[in-house]
Design a protein around this ligand. Structure first.
Ligand SMILES: O=C(O)CCC(=O)C(=O)O
Ligand SMILES: [Fe+2]
Length: 289
């Protein structure tokens, strides 16, 4: 029978990363305290109530999905920048990138009666063009309610990261990320998984916060979900996670379409937030002479 590994929140990070590389998923229990859980509840409750259910069987016709959590919820910013998960995200993706970025923020509220989401690999968002050796993504689903077998705890196929692309998982090879509220499921972009079926009478609410390689296009367009007039008041580390810094010497500059600058027309993203870059990338990596 398939099983996930469970860690305490303060477990050794290299042990966690090793399990993620082998199994593609694991759970950290009791990572956030009751105070943050209740601030998340009060920020997100009205958003959950106002969100319509999904448009098809993949997003779930009885599943509410709500984005733009950085812009909409102060408490969510603490999850996005949680020191444990961001450190793990960096370590996990470090073989493939200098920088990571926020890929999406999404409340996933699975309502009673919702069937299981089709199993999938999140990396297919990039259409299958990425070579198998490149792991593009590090995902978290924070449990805002308890995640139980009955209410649709995320289904995961441990070890499927190493399978050929066309191998399909059986139910015996699939387990569920059963965990108490305040815990977090960590999983890669390559592991087969999906939302569970909700046979209970209450909602299963998770907060999906995912990170990807700094040089890829993100699922949630962070510049539109968190535009400069909101981003300018955020912590610089969070601004960077949203993509408001250069991704490398060449990636991510802009020009102001209303004027041609007399000093330098190619601006780093920080310029629109009213500040200068904290560091300057070197052109050395580009040069082949
Ligand atoms: O809600 C869940 O447990 C997983 C959702 C998921 O995998 C997705 O929407 O891509
Ligand atoms: Fe997914």
């Amino acid at each position: 029978m398939a099983e996930l590994v469970y860690f305490d929140a303060d477990a050794d990070k290299s042990d966690i990363v090793n399990v993620l590389r082998e199994d593609g998923a694991c759970v950290l229990t009791d990572v956030i305290d009751d105070d943050l859980c209740s601030r998340l509840d009060s920020d997100l409750g009205p958003l959950i109530d106002a969100t319509p259910a999904g448009r098809d069987d993949f997003t779930g016709r009885l599943t509410g999905r709500t984005g733009a959590l950085v812009a909409r919820s102060e408490a969510s910013r603490e999850l996005v920048m949680h020191p444990t998960t961001t450190d793990l995200a960096r370590r996990f993706l470090e073989p493939f990138t200098d920088k990571i970025q926020l890929h999406l923020t999404q409340i996933i509220n699975i309502q009673p009666g919702q069937g299981a989401q089709p199993r999938h690999r999140d990396r297919l968002a990039w259409g299958g063009y990425l070579p198998a050796e490149i792991e593009p993504q590090f995902n978290t689903i924070w449990a805002l309610t308890d995640f139980t077998e009955e209410n649709g705890a995320t289904r995961v196929v441990p070890g499927s990261v190493k399978w050929p692309e066309d191998r399909r998982a059986t139910d015996e090879e699939t387990t569920q990320a059963v965990m108490p509220a305040g815990s977090v499921l960590l999983y890669s972009g390559s592991v087969i998984h999906g939302g569970g079926q909700n046979l209970s009478e209450s909602n299963r609410t998770g907060i999906n916060i995912t990170y990807c390689l700094g040089w890829l296009r993100t699922e949630e367009n962070q510049y539109l979900s968190c535009p400069p007039e909101i981003a300018e008041d955020l912590d610089p580390d969070l601004q960077e996670m949203l993509g408001y810094t250069m991704g490398s010497y060449a990636l991510g500059y802009y020009s102001d379409p209303t004027t041609v600058s007399k000093i330098n027309d190619l601006h780093p993203p920080e310029f629109i937030l009213g500040r200068s870059p904290r560091e300057k990338a070197s052109s050395a990596a580009l040069i082949t002479d």
